[in-house]
Design a protein around this ligand. Sequence first.
Ligand code: MN
Length: 288
Amino acid sequence: MRLLRFDGGRVGVVQGDRVFDVTDAAGVDPKLWPPVGMVQLVADFASRRGAIAAAVASAESRRIADVSIETPIPWPNKLVAFPANYRAHAAEMATDYTASTRGFFLKSVSSLSGAGQPIVLPEPLGREIHHEGELAVVIGRRGRHIPRARALDHVFGYACLLDITVRGLDVERTMRKSYDTFTPVGPWITTADEVGDPSGLRLRLWVGDELRQDAHTRDLVLDVPGMIEMAASVLTLEPGDVIATGTPEGVGPITAGDTVTVEIERVGRMSVAVVQGEGGSNLALPRA
Ligand code: MN
């Protein structure tokens, strides 16, 4: 099942180029604040799935192109991210470590945005801002100390993710990657049963028509079960938590006017515009 969030917190099921509104069957109140309806749906999905599937048969549908797509889970407990998780990317960044030896970091959950919203660049900082195309894992079941043999039982689904990054190792990763709109996720969540083995997915990223990244998740240094095992060795993974699994080689700059498209086999295809915003420099990142 492909779950889309759209038009002010409504929940839809995607089939082909159409979205079926199943907000009521999903038990989600679009006006709820904080917006944790999707977290609750992920946690309760086993008991809701039948009603949602039944609702599709009678729900009104619209063309996906006619709705405003929002990030699937706007208020997760955590956004966990792995650096240097493809050897060729670690080489292009000249890091002397990989995710296996460096571990994970956290991005601000307020950096999450959806396929219908642009990436808003800060004012020029005198350094490049890069695309990182990544597979997103959405956690479905709470767990701590999860052995890799049972790790995939904790996965709800997958999505496309962009880990937008201000380059430069001189300031903290969290700050460079946590600007509002620096983590587009979507366009929807594809449930794990439709994706199968997460080590069997081709990932591609284009800027405009130019193919920049073309890789395969079999080349992850730390695979999806390994990432879940590592994260859960430290913290409790909660339903709705998102894991950014790391980007392959081919990262590069984005500028205002670009369109960034990421496509992951059996998961989805997401295109996001890039626009120029105001502000964003500070004492750690002085204006250029
Ligand atoms: Mn990344």
